[in-house]
Design a protein around this ligand. Structure first.
Ligand code: KG4
Ligand code: ZN
Length: 344
């Protein structure tokens, strides 16, 4: 007889997306609902933590009901409740953690605590990608830019990370200065298609031997702000598409070249992209072109757009191997806003 699937409810509230999903056996998505708070935060040009927490509180319970309904299951049919307990905004994380604990207690189900960053790594597997190891994974989101090496056993080694702004943060901050709106990434991605990426030669922080796989984007952000300031002072007309296209080019070039260098140095078989910035069309295209040209045997995977940005299906998927090894959390689980990823 075929074994019944393991059904896990995933809950995600680490930033400004309230999300709930039901996933079977860590791979098959039965429902995946995201209620974005983007419009609420847009008028402030970024996420306001207090507003995020309050919205999670309002939205989460009905969203969980909807996710169960859409999956055609009830609480009693589940095998576990999984929640992202860090990193993220502490007040936002606490809403998810408290809700997951209450549900696990009431339904007598095991609770699985998931690292939000590790969950981003599962987005590719959710789409059925067959991954050969070792793999280099670039996680680029609003809060993080991490270059990781993953081996066959699933062990994660941290190769490098940002020293200042995260890639998504740089997109969002540049968009705010240019008064384009929030979140900046998708808006810049779209506008950049109309511009010339070579129009302005913005700086690239390569960091040399000091940090071959580390990133730094605050200098680039400052260069964009200075360019704007001087152009305005001189009364020059600013070509916005050229400006954002040149900014995006500088940022993407660094992400791509450092990822390729890591894949070459560490003899990776696969390159994986995840996190919100992995939705960037220029990053996807450039990474593919550069891999084909310099490491043709290495396969590239990036998730579907809706699995790049924060979602709960990736939380349930990341919980599955923990569930299988009975890596359960106790009911005194707390939020861990500074949780990191990978051993150094
Ligand atoms: O992973 P995510 O949803 O949330 C965090 O964990 O941070 O990532 C959100 C970030 C935002 O900074 C947003 O501007 C960026 O991902 N983003 C993009 C694109 N779509 C979303 N950045 C560049 N190009 C895009 N198409
Ligand atoms: Zn994220």
């Amino acid at each position: 007889m075929k074994e019944a699937p393991v059904l896990i409810l995933g809950i995600e509230t680490s930033c400004d997306e309230t999300a709930a999903a039901v996933v079977a056996d860590g791979r098959r998505i039965l429902s995946n609902l995201v209620s974005s708070q983007v419009e609420l935060h847009a008028r402030y040009g970024g996420v306001v933590p207090e507003i995020a927490s309050r919205q999670h509180l309002l939205l989460l319970n009905p969203l969980i009901d909807d996710a169960l309904k859409e999956a055609g299951v009830q609480l009693k049919d589940l095998q576990a409740i999984a929640v992202s307990h860090g990193p993220g905004l502490v007040g936002a994380l606490l809403i998810g953690v408290a809700t997951a604990k209450a549900l696990a207690y009431a339904a007598r189900l095991p609770l699985v605590a998931v690292n939000h960053l590790e969950a981003h790594l599962y987005a590719n597997q959710l789409e059925g990608a067959v991954i050969s190891y070792p793999a280099v994974n670039l996680i680029v989101s609003g809060g993080h830019s991490e270059l990781l090496l993953i081996d066959e056993s699933g062990a994660i080694k941290s190769l490098g990370r940002t020293r200042d702004d995260a890639a998504g943060e740089a997109f969002d901050k540049v968009a705010r200065v240019l008064e384009l709106g929030y979140p900046g990434g998708p808006l810049i991605d779209k506008m950049a298609r109309e511009g010339n990426p070579a129009a302005i030669d913005f700086p690239r922080a390569w960091l040399g031997n000091d940090g071959p796989y580390d990133f730094s984007f605050s200098g680039l952000k400052t260069a964009v702000i200075n360019h704007l300031y001087h152009a305005r002072r001189r009364g020059e007309q600013i070509n916005m598409p050229d400006l954002v296209s040149s900014f995006q080019e500088a940022l993407v070039e660094v992400l791509v070249e450092k990822t390729i260098a890591a894949a070459r140095d560490l003899e990776a078989q696969t390159v994986l992209l995840s996190g919100g910035v992995a939705a960037n069309s220029h990053l996807r295209r450039r990474m593919q072109e550069r891999l084909r040209a310099s490491l043709p045997a290495v396969t590239l995977h990036y998730p579907d757009l809706k699995l790049c940005t924060d979602n709960a299906a990736m939380i349930a998927a990341a919980a599955y191997p923990l569930y299988q090894r009975k890596g359960f959390a106790s009911l005194d689980l707390n939020a861990d806003p500074g949780l990191g990823i990978g051993r150094p």
